[in-house]
Design a protein around this ligand. Structure first.
Ligand code: ZN
Length: 867
């Protein structure tokens, strides 16, 4: 058990939103000088500081990671006693209102395993400053409402660091004695320090240009290791498409003469929108058909767009404080989702986004770490880069767009960008801009910013007779979440229609009903047929919906709904009702699902990508989310039973679909992608049916494919089952891609996600594989992150999976607290499981919490999960 006294005395303080105060000192200008060296980099910072308002407070500059000043000078004079260190801050008493403060520090990038601040990756030096990494580079007011103009001089060994990049434009560069050289960069746009970036190393650029709508030519560069240049083509095409899209859809043009992207292999998350110098995890840049799947290509386009879009939603208008994070992240996720929808199939993109929301955000919103999209407090801000801030944040702005209409919304974003250009803004500023531009009243809508928890909505339709009237009864309740016992009704926009039970046509078209009370009744007149309710079209609100629609109604909708998302959703609901009923021990009838899947598979009007999505069973995790006291074995058993029945009963249809979707030459197009997806889905159902030739088919697909999508699809099916071909394919895959880190990640993941028994032991062994390292976040995620979402293996009744993940958390925390903290939520959901597993999970959390010297990151996630 945990020693409560130790834990309490060790509790780091929470930062609260209501405590926000404007900065005492501003820093309009900063000049940085870097003497670059992997072991010891010297950083000289000259800050022009200005007192803001009438106060007698000293200048407080944040430091981190044990930063200490080598020297401190004020207005050109070195001080020896007029400064002090308070915690990690450098505190200086300043007599006047305007001063020049110069500090010199020495840092060690090669020894920095946190991947925050300045660090070394594969011979490169690079930075990551969001949220609070800049303080590890130099002493500075590390808060997003202090905006400065940056001048950056870098000097280093010309052979080790031939390329020297920073934000803005390069003003100067040249040779120096002793094989050294320098470069000078200047960013004319004032920015918060979290957007500062520097890269030094041996890089080559894929160069291109983009001409803006006002006729300015922008030089684009994607910087990678020379050997990787051929893999940057898709990222470059995506960048140019994003630039054109933001001009067309949001009226936003790029503002510097240069836009650079650098790919690095050690990176804590996806990518970073540093002004004019985005830095990316290499997995979101590098791709070719042989090494990257369709999903990888799509993700690259989405992340390149996301970071580019931040230039306006994040950089030109930034956040006042980190409680406003969703202001830039939620909005920018919506923008990248819209972009990707426009590039391919909007319906399939929406299905993918909703699946991601349900996989990551709904569980978060229902667990111990639930928080509103604008949180009220945090211990470590890095823990708040969550699916709630990002994905629910995007859903909330999507609802605003629906309520205001496309034109009202665009008027709102125009006003927001114009009004707050160059400022550090708040979520409230965004809402007010929306109201001012459209005339709408969003008073009640603000509850979406303050209340956590996924609303539960019930919908029930009653009818008298054809030609008569239908009554729709709606109700909502927002569940209790930590610190929020009482909730108020929110405005929930529901797009819906009533389909004629015979014709399948939407009677009276599509309606938008805003459910803004606990209960509401809506009536529909003049119906010519008995109606079937189709509701939450396009997932118009991020809710859990309960309806009293029969299996027959859902099957009908899955064949006739005009809204593709609702059509998909009807099938999902039918499957979910069947599986949840079975998991609760009710009677099992697979026939309606089998019939509905047959209809979908054989409907010639549907495209392959949609079919592949529609016939997929809900994930084990999502089924578990509908249950109390989850028994993952039971969930897996009922799901496997339905999969096997679907496989067996529809074996001819799966063989047909498999043959029809047969690949020709590789092509990256929505149609070709859909075919590949359907092919691997069909293959998995053939394996589930126990078709005698499943392994042969899978191995043949593995060997014959000319692209990673088909190869990985086959490998996944093989990895999940036992057959001689399994070992052969895994060994071949490993040999073929030895040394290609991003592909070897896939090799680890295929095994970590395996549904076959013995996976816990296999994963423990893989953690001892020479290619495994906890120091690289991609590799850590590929094995441990994947394992922690594998419902069967992670929840092995022995508790061995829990112990493995807890050991990893403790090991990684010493190197990289952010990466360690990300592994906590899987254990943190212990309350959702049956008592045996719940107590094993809780024991592991308590074991972690009892270890002295935990990072704030892990401490916050674990203590909240136990609290
Ligand atoms: Zn972002």
């Amino acid at each position: 058990m945990l020693d409560a006294a130790t834990a309490v005395s060790a509790t780091p303080a929470a930062i609260r939103r209501e405590d926000y105060r404007p900065p005492d000192w501003l820093v309009p200008e900063i000049a940085l000088d870097f003497q670059l060296d992997a072991q010891a980099t010297r950083v000289t910072a000259r800050l022009t500081v200005r007192r803001q308002g009438a106060h007698g407070h000293p200048l407080r500059l944040d430091g981190g990671g044990g930063l200490l000043p080598v020297s401190v000078s004020i207005d050109g004079e070195e001080l020896h006693d007029a400064w002090r260190i308070d915690g990690e801050q450098l505190v200086i008493d300043l007599p006047g209102d305007d001063h020049l403060v110069e500090t010199i520090v020495q840092i060690a990038p090669a020894a920095n395993s946190t991947l925050m601040g300045l660090y070394a990756s594969n011979g490169l030096l690079c930075t990551q400053c969001e949220a609070e990494g800049f303080r590890r580079i130099t002493f500075f007011p590390d808060r997003p409402d202090v905006l400065s103009r940056y001048t950056v001089r870098m000097e280093g060994d010309a052979a080790l660091y031939p390329v020297l990049l920073s934000n803005g434009d390069q003003l100067d560069a040249g040779e120096l004695p002793a094989g050294r050289h320098y470069a000078l960069w200047r960013d004319p746009f004032p920015k918060p320090c979290y957007l500062f970036a520097l890269v030094a190393g041996d890089l080559s650029a894929n160069r291109d240009q983009f001409v803006t709508r006002s006729g300015r030519t922008i030089d684009l560069g994607i910087w990678v290791r020379e050997a990787d240049l051929p893999k940057t083509r898709h990222a470059m095409a995506s960048l140019k498409a994003s630039m054109a899209w933001d001009e067309r859809v949001y009226g936003r043009e790029y503002d510097l003469a240069v836009f650079n992207i650098v790919a690095v292999s050690d990176f804590n998350f996806g990518a970073m929108e540093n002004k004019g110098l985005n830095i990316f995890n290499s997995r979101y840049i590098l791709a070719d058909p042989d090494t990257a799947t369709d999903a990888d290509f799509d993700a690259i386009a989405g992340v390149v767009a996301h970071e580019y879009f931040h230039n306006w939603s994040g950089n030109r208008v930034t956040c006042r404080d980190w409680f406003q994070l969703s202001l830039k992240e939620g909005f920018t996720v919506l923008r990248d989702q819209q972009f990707s929808a426009d590039q391919g199939s909007p319906a399939v993109k929406r299905i993918e986004d909703v699946r991601a929301l349900r996989a990551a955000q709904f569980p978060e919103d229902a667990g111990p770490l639930a928080h509103p999209i604008r949180p009220d407090s945090y211990i470590e801000i890095s823990n708040f880069y969550t699916a709630t801030i990002y994905n629910k944040g995007a859903e909330v702005i999507r609802m605003m767009k629906l309520i205001l209409g496309d034109e009202g919304f665009r008027a709102g974003t125009d006003l927001y960008f114009d009004r707050h250009d160059g400022q550090a803004a708040t979520c409230e500023d965004f809402i007010v801009a929306m109201e001012d531009a459209s005339g709408a009243d969003l008073t009640q809508f603000r509850l979406w910013y303050t209340q956590a928890g996924t609303p539960r909505v019930t919908a029930s339709l009653t009818t008298d007779a054809p030609g008569g009237r239908a009554r729709l009864r709606l109700s909502q309740s927002v569940p209790t979440t930590p610190g929020q016992p009482d909730k108020q009704p929110m405005p929930i926009p529901l797009k819906l229609s009533l389909l004629g039970a015979v014709s399948g046509a939407a009677m009276g078209g599509e309606h938008l009903v805003i459910l803004d009370e606990a209960e509401k009744e809506v009536t529909f007149d003049g119906l010519t047929e008995l109606p079937v309710l189709s509701i939450n079209h396009g997932f118009s609100a991020p809710i859990c919906l309960e309806t009293d629609r029969s299996p027959a109604d859902l099957a009908f909708l899955s064949a006739h709904d005009e809204d593709p998302f609702a059509r998909y959703e009807a099938m999902q609901q039918l499957m979910l009702d069947t599986l949840v009923g079975a998991a609760k021990g009710g009677p099992v009838d697979h026939t309606p699902v089998i019939d509905a899947v047959r209809n979908t598979l054989t409907d010639p009007a549907l495209d392959a990508a949609f079919v592949a999505e529609a016939v997929l069973l809900p994930s084990e995790a999502f089924i578990g989310d509908q249950l109390d006291a989850v028994d993952p074995e039971m969930v897996a058993t009922v799901r496997e039973a339905l999969r096997a029945d679907l496989g067996t009963e529809l074996i001819d249809e799966w063989r047909d679909a498999y043959a029809r979707a047969h690949a020709n030459r590789y092509e990256y197009s929505p149609n070709a992608k859909g075919m590949r997806r359907l092919r691997s889905v069909a293959l998995a159902f053939l394996a589930a049916a126990g078709a005698p030739d499943w392994a042969e088919l899978a191995f043949a697909q593995y060997r014959a494919s000319d692209n990673m999508t088909d190869r990985q699809g086959a490998l996944g099916v093989l990895a999940n089952n036992d057959a001689p071909e399994r070992e052969a394919a895994l060994a071949d895959f490993y040999d073929r891609y030895a040394g290609d880190a991003l592909v070897i990640d896939k090799w680890f993941t295929a095994q970590a996600l395996s549904t076959r028994s013995g996976t816990v032991e296999a994963v423990e062994a893989l953690a001892r594989h020479p290619d495994f390292t906890i120091a690289n976040p991609n590799r850590l995620r590929s094995l441990v992150g994947a394992f922690a979402v594998n419902q069967r293996a992670f929840h092995d009744p022995s508790g061995r999976g829990y112990r493995f993940v807890a050991d990893m958390i403790l090991g990684v925390d010493k190197l990289n607290p952010q990466a360690a903290a990300r592994l906590v939520p899987s254990l943190g959901r212990w309350r959702r499981y049956e008592p045996g597993r719940a107590s094993l999970m809780r024991d592991e959390l308590e074991r972690v919490l009892a270890v002295p010297g935990l990072s704030k990151d892990v401490f916050e996630q674990v203590s909240k999960s136990l609290g």
